[in-house]
Design a protein around this ligand. Structure first.
Ligand code: HEC
Ligand code: HEC
Ligand code: HEC
Length: 483
């Protein structure tokens, strides 16, 4: 993805102005802001007690490690968990040298150089400056960062991890003098102080505070998901006017990890809903998905491929297991226990004998959708829709197929996709795109059929929905997938 323009931030111009208006009255209320909310109660042993409201408390940070290399190593691990490289690497492809343009409705924000170069990068940053940029979204010169930098999530990072990250970015990364073009938004958005109002609405100060009623593993998972992993930046819906992530933890309402559109893909809910979601997967499947980009019956694609390639594949089994044990509880009905096997496994096991499978094989299904399926999809995803273990995802019982928002489904059929290539699973199996040969009406018929077959239960797809997704492709990109 490096070099391609991203649209991470969906803030409308009007929204920013409203945020600014809010800021004028908010300034007076800022004193109250430091009051810990439910999500920022005093931290415990797990997370040393410092809040983002007092980032200068770095003096209290753990004494310098006796083995500096271990600290830098730890920092590298955390930098991967935070996926700093995806946003801070631009067209030059030099890691952390910045320059990635991120499109927003009010102009393009360019990521900055975070190598330890004094002129081009953050070589002059003290640890306190660094912590303030990550947790408060304020640069060394005191100016506000735009929330294209996920500081509302990074605010949860505890002092020990901040210390290791700082060590890595000062001593583990090669300084690069390259200076990416400055972000130059048109007035009034060029006034960075406007972010004060936005922050008042969306930035909750305070490092992660463990939930004493939960296990250490669960808290570790929550810490990673809400903080460094910034999963909610893509998986939690935003306020459509002001672009803020609506909820930053499970303690703050039902919208946390409830699914959202990001860069033209739908990042599925990671919480329990009334449909199949990853929150119902077994721990083994969640660990496999995040570690290798695939399970027996599904695979990562779109923006998640990059997250797996650059970030989660490097996380330890323990940390991925912790993430799983946390996600399995988000929005879970009271008293439910995490399953030993993902529900999709049972659906796949039964798919061969499903009445819809038998009808497809006998050629007794009516309607255009089934015919289009047989002619285009059957070779890989099979008449049972079950695909092939570890190779072709199963369309039956699949959370993408059953998602309320069909955007990802339409996009993958029009443009195709490749699985991430990871150390543990290097083969990047690909699905071809069909946008060059199927019309909007064909795709709507096909997907409407797939969404009610083999036990799937989801709304029909309309040609207008397909046309809207098609309009986001360059015609040349669709032609590219032509064999
Ligand atoms: C989702 C994209 C994204 C991710 C992930 C991200 N950043 Fe950023 N970061 C940005 C953007 C964009 C800016 C510049 C924002 C601006 O100019 O207002 C920025 C700015 C910064 C700055 C301020 C530098 C300066 O002086 O301009 C620091 C420090 C920083 N990021 C560190 C990190 C670290 C460390 C990580 C990983 C833990 C990280 N970032 C992850 C997008 C990201
Ligand atoms: C840059 C945006 C982005 C970030 C950050 C991100 N995701 Fe995703 N994620 C997506 C998109 C888009 C999809 C849909 C594509 C797919 O299913 O692979 C997705 C899909 C998933 C799925 C599969 C869901 C399903 O029902 O098939 C899981 C599990 C997941 N993400 C977990 C995470 C976790 C855990 C984190 C944080 C460590 C995270 N994601 C961070 C964009 C993101
Ligand atoms: C040549 C084999 C092949 C054909 C033909 C094919 N697919 Fe796929 N499909 C794949 C592969 C491989 C993936 C995984 C891609 C990825 O993860 O990036 C996939 C992924 C998908 C997914 C996402 C599922 C998930 O859990 O990740 C859907 C939905 C899908 N295909 C639907 C279809 C439909 C509908 C058709 C017919 C128009 C079709 N496919 C034709 C190989 C194929």
């Amino acid at each position: 993805m490096n070099g391609e323009t991203k649209t991470r931030l969906r803030i409308t111009g009007l929204g920013i102005v409203i945020a600014a208006v809010v800021s004028t009255w908010a300034v007076g209320a800022f004193g109250q802001k430091a009051t810990p909310g439910p999500g920022s109660a005093p931290a415990s042993a797990n997370a040393p007690a410092t809040s983002a409201a007092a980032p200068t408390a770095t003096a209290s940070i753990a004494a310098p490690s006796k083995t500096p290399d271990a600290l830098v190593e730890r920092g590298l691990y955390l930098a991967r968990a935070g996926d700093c490289i995806s946003c801070h690497t631009g067209p030059s492809k030099v890691p952390f040298a910045g320059g990635l343009p991120m499109k927003t409705p009010f102009g393009t924000i360019v990521s900055t150089n975070i190598t330890p170069d004094k002129a081009g990068g953050i070589g002059d940053y003290t640890e306190a400056d660094f912590a303030r940029a990550l947790r408060d979204g304020v640069r060394r010169d005191g100016k506000h960062l735009y929330p294209a930098m996920p500081y509302t999530s990074f605010a949860r990072i505890d002092d020990a991890d901040m210390h290791a990250l700082y060590a890595y970015f000062q001593r583990g990364v090669k300084p690069v003098a390259e200076k990416p073009p400055a972000t130059d938004l048109p007035w009034p958005f060029s006034m960075r102080w406007l972010m004060l109002g936005w922050n008042f609405l969306y930035l909750e100060p305070g490092v992660y505070s463990p939930d004493a009623a939960r296990s250490a593993e669960w808290n570790r998972g929550a810490y990673l998901v809400q903080g460094l992993g910034h999963c909610g930046e893509c998986h939690t819906p935003r306020n459509s006017l002001t672009g803020g992530v609506k909820s930053t933890s499970d303690r703050r309402g039902d919208s946390f990890l409830a699914g959202a559109l990001i860069d033209g893909w739908y990042a599925q809910p990671l919480r329990h809903t009334d449909r199949p979601t990853a929150a119902q997967w077994s721990s083994a499947d969640l660990v496999a998905f995040l570690g290798t980009g695939r399970t027996s019956h599904t695979a990562a694609f779109g923006g998640m491929s990059e997250v797996v390639e650059n970030s989660t594949q490097y996380m330890s089994k323990e940390d991925l297991g912790a993430i799983a044990s946390y996600l399995q509880t988000v929005g879970a009905p009271a008293g439910s226990v995490p399953p030993a096997a993902s529900p999709q496994a049972a659906v796949v096991a039964a798919a061969d004998k499903h009445p819809d499978t038998l009808k497809l094989r006998a050629g007794t299904v009516e309607g255009a959708g089934a015919m289009i399926y047989l002619n285009n999809c059957n070779a890989c995803h099979r008449s049972s829709g079950a695909g092939a273990d570890g190779v072709f995802p199963s369309l039956s019982g699949n959370s993408v197929v059953n998602a309320k928002d069909p955007t990802s489904l339409i996009r993958i059929v029009l443009g195709g996709s490749a699985m991430p290539s990871t150390e543990k699973a290097p083969s990047a199996l690909a699905m071809p795109g069909f946008g060059w040969r199927l019309t909007d009406a064909n795709v709507a018929d096909l997907l409407s059929y797939v969404r009610v077959t083999w036990g799937n239960k989801a709304e029909a797809v309309t040609p207008a929905q397909v046309a809207a997704v098609r309009a986001t492709f360059k015609p040349a990109d669709l032609a590219l997938t032509k064999p």
